[in-house]
Design a binder for this molecule. Structure first.
Ligand code: BJW
Length: 244
């Protein structure tokens, strides 16, 4: 990544009043969280790809296997910590009157780093909810006492995570899209931007005239659309971008 590109991106960030940051699994890669596609340590468990394990179809057929997959991941996540990209984004929200972090991640690392202005488009692995309900139940401890876990009234819980083929939480996408449509700068950090409707967020920002800055060690389908593409790991580039 050239200093010129970093300086161009840093100028956008310095001059912005309204900032949206859109993150994906890559922002947590340097914390040790496997990504879903590409970027190295892609998730496969018991010979099944994450796309099959994290599907509404498997949850309907075999909720125990889905919970065991989530419990395996919760066990890994419990020993991991936020990295410099998470912390830099948590600091950045204090700088702007209008700032929104829109994450596709379910790992909770942004909140652990201190982010508060955040929308979780795909839910959170540390919560459950009864089937057919949006009333969430915190599940902070791993291992779980039983699988599937139960809520306070004995109701069976499912993960509070948006699986393939499921709708996003009511209002979450709409709120993120409204803010994206009026931001000056949209950072797209560590995502392949392949999963919809989430990937619409940076598209909406760019189409509405925001400067779009991509941070990713690899080229993505989004790279041509971005005003600046910074090639490299988020944990190195994000702190530099806000530190300039
Ligand atoms: C680094 C790095 C470093 C590495 N620093 N970077 C239109 C067309 C076709 C299909 C669809 C469509 N619209 C909707 C669909 C269907 C589907 C979809 O989008 N499929 C696509 C794959 C084509 N979407 C859905 O099903 C969504 N629901 C929906 O549309 O509802 C309406 C509906 C209902 C009923 C029927 C039909 C429609 C819901 C999607 C929910 C996705 N959920 C998941 C799983 C969560 C559960 C779990 O955690 O197990 O969310 S999928 C998975 O992908 C996860 C992620 O949030 C999401 C995005 O992935 P992300 O974050 O981009 O990760 P990767 O791995 O793809 O990329 C990592 C990147 O990091 C790479 O680029 C690396 O280079 C980079 N990287 N190291 C920075 N150090």
């Amino acid at each position: 990544m050239s200093d010129q590109l970093l300086e161009k991106a840093a100028r956008y960030v310095r001059e912005a009043k309204r900032v949206v940051v859109f993150t994906g699994a890559g922002v947590s890669a340097e914390s040790g969280v496997p990504t879903f596609r590409g970027g190295g340590n892609t998730a496969v468990w018991r010979g099944m790809p994450a796309t099959e394990l994290s599907s509404a179809e498997l949850l309907e057929r075999d909720a125990v296997t889905v919970w065991e997959w989530f419990e395996y991941r919760r066990g890994i996540l419990a020993g991991l910590s936020p990295n410099p990209a998470h912390y830099a984004l948590a600091e950045a929200e204090k700088r702007y009157d209008e700032f929104l972090l829109v994450t596709q991640n379910v790992d909770g690392l942004h909140q652990r780093a201190g982010s508060t202005k955040i929308i979780e488009l795909h839910g959170n692995i540390w919560r459950g909810r009864p089937f057919g309900s949006s009333k969430t139940v915190p599940l902070p401890d791993t291992p779980l006492p039983e699988i599937p876990p139960k809520g306070p009234n004995g109701e069976v819980l499912r993960p509070d995570v948006v699986l393939f083929g499921e709708m996003l939480p009511a209002g979450a996408f709409e709120e993120a899209a409204t803010v994206a449509a009026s931001c000056d700068v949209c950072l797209v950090v560590g995502t392949s931007a392949l999963v919809y409707p989430a990937a619409r967020i940076p598209e909406i920002a760019g189409q509405a005239g925001a400067a779009v800055i991509e941070i990713n060690p690899e080229e993505t389908r989004f790279s041509d659309f971005a005003d600046v593409s910074l090639r490299g790991p988020a944990g190195e580039i994000v702190p530099k971008l806000f530190g300039k």
